[in-house]
Write a protein that binds this ligand. Structure first.
Ligand code: XMP
Length: 509
């Protein structure tokens, strides 16, 4: 397959994803991975982009222990990867005269990696340095209108560099360029699919866990943890214990569903911890959103540690960390980091004393769903909308009580059922109800009512970072409103939230 060496670009795993989409196996290693010592056995290597400049002291370099260059393995350098190739092979890299960020048009010349690509094509650039002289044996095979070297090639050694990012969708013919490298230059064969991913992960998990020790896996009922649990069950069925901490903030029948699937269907050793009282007692009287999150996080860790201590021989902890979680926690700087900090709430700290197993680290949400289906998880579990760690607590504004939880659960269920009935569920990224601490006047029969207001929220999104309101028809919303008000005691008014993100967030707290 293809080996991708990661130089720190936020797009590295997008390259991996595209290679997988082409049906070719690939792995991503840090650029200075110790395994490079032993040489590599890949049909082609892709050097990712990265934030460094080759001229800066300590900038990550091309690890030559791997024998990449002597063994004449085909190489594609992307952005920083190309600058690194130029720098290492005797070309010249300088600080760019004109910095180019975003969309750019390039002129390409005939070449293996541009086979079938239009002479003028649109790509996505983002660089501060540029290659000003290509190494001996290389030709400039693409340029921007500013005369910047956009690609270089040495076809006889099968070494290529592109200054732009072929892996992002704004590079119109990016996938074709990657495909040319993968199939024509590196001569890979498209013979990889999710079933191979399962086999490879099963092998990795078995060798990581070794001959002794149990793995604990926290289950929340969400897609990611369910898929991890199913994968571990495939790998080490006898040494897996799953833990579901019922915090009392779960959706309708959530704990029961998890039990039915994992205990009933898979026969997993599942411990359901009923911690509802602990959570609700600690949350009594709390209205501040950040305080709620903090309490939920603390109680969860304590409860989890308690069960974990009772599981004999537990050495490993499995988590459903996805690629976007990894990115959000490492490479995004600035205000977004603070906005997103709460997203670790409902998770576990790193120092619980277990070795971590994170088999989904390189996958995107939609790939996780495909994986879940391939593992035999029921569709309703795999296709579910994301659900926040702190659960319904951040959807009850003001104080959380059992009564308000019950009102919200019933209303949410009605909304979700209606979306499923009318085939709208899959068009939406996330849909849910929010209970406001606002009472309004109504009239039911001949009676005046003074009851709670419920918000319906439904958004479309690619990744949860930005979102838009879902265009649900007023007729549909009206039907849901009627059903809720007629059957849920305590709600006499339903409104629809039409805010996008930004400026709003998806959740209300
Ligand atoms: P916001 O509300 O920030 O949410 O637009 C973006 C996505 O993240 C989910 N979310 C959370 N997930 N713990 C989580 O595990 C949290 O504290 C949390 N807060 C928000 C939210 O449901 C949406 O999918």
């Amino acid at each position: 397959g293809i080996l991708i060496l990661d130089y720190g670009s936020q797009y590295t795993l997008l390259i991996a994803r595209k290679v997988r989409e082409l049906g070719v196996y690939c792995e991503v290693w840090p650029c200075n991975d110790e395994r490079l010592n032993q040489g590599i056995d890949a049909k082609g290597v892709i050097l990712s982009g990265g934030p460094a400049s080759v001229h800066v002291e300590g900038a990550p370099s091309l690890d030559l222990r791997s024998g990449i260059l002597e063994k004449e393995i085909p190489v594609l350098g992307v952005c920083y990867g190309m600058q690194l190739l130029a720098h290492t092979l005797g070309g010249k890299v300088e600080s760019a005269r004109v910095r180019e960020y975003g969309r750019a048009e390039i002129q390409v010349s005939p070449n293996t990696i541009f086979d079938g690509v239009e002479t003028t094509t649109t790509v996505w650039m983002s660089h501060g340095d540029e290659v000003t002289k290509v190494p001996d044996g290389f030709a400039v095979v693409a340029q921007t209108h500013n005369g910047v070297v956009a690609a270089m090639a040495n076809d006889s050694r099968r070494i290529y560099g592109v200054q732009f990012h072929p892996e992002v969708s704004h590079s119109v013919e990016g996938l074709r360029i990657l495909s040319n490298f993968v199939f024509s230059a590196a001569e890979c064969v498209a013979d990889w699919n999710m079933h191979d991913f399962i086999e490879a992960s099963v092998d990795t998990i078995r060798s990581q866990v070794g001959a002794a020790g149990r793995v604990i896996c926290g289950l929340s009922g969400g897609v990611d943890s369910s898929v991890v649990a199913a994968l571990l069950h495939r790998a080490i069925p006898d040494r897996l214990t799953c833990v579901l901490v019922d915090n009392g903030l779960l959706r309708h029948q959530e704990a029961e569903n998890v039990q039915e699937v994992f205990e009933g269907h898979f026969g997993v050793d599942l411990r359901v911890v009923d911690a509802k009282r602990h959570f609700l007692d600690r949350l009594a009287g709390v209205t501040d959103p950040e305080k709620k999150r903090k309490i939920i996080g603390e109680v969860f860790i304590r409860e989890f540690e308690k069960v974990a201590a009772e599981i004999e021989d537990a050495k490993f902890l499995a988590q459903g960390t996805l690629y976007p979680d990894v990115i959000e926690s490492v490479s995004i700087r600035g205000p977004s980091a603070t906005i997103k900090s709460h997203h670790n709430v409902g998770g576990l700290p790193e120092d619980l004393g277990f070795d971590l197993i994170e088999p989904l680290r390189e996958l995107f949400k939609d790939e996780v769903r495909v994986l879940g289906r391939a593992l035999g998880l029921p569709p309703h579990m795999v296709d579910r909308h994301p659900f926040p760690g702190p659960g319904l607590a951040v959807r009850i504004l003001g104080e959380i009580t059992e009564e308000r939880l019950s009102i919200l659960r019933q209303s949410d269920k009605i909304f979700i059922e209606a979306l499923r009935e009318e085939n709208l569920y899959h068009e939406i990224w996330q849909a849910f109800a929010v209970l406001l601490p606002v009472k309004t006047v109504g009239v039911m029969g001949d009676q005046r009512t003074y009851e709670d207001t419920l918000v319906l929220r439904a958004v479309t999104s690619e990744d949860g970072m930005t979102a838009d309101r879902a265009n649900l028809s007023v007729e549909f919303l009206g039907r849901v409103s009627d059903r809720i008000i007629n059957s849920v005691r305590g709600v006499n008014r339903v409104v629809y939230d039409v805010t996008s993100k930004p400026p709003g967030t998806i959740e209300w707290e």
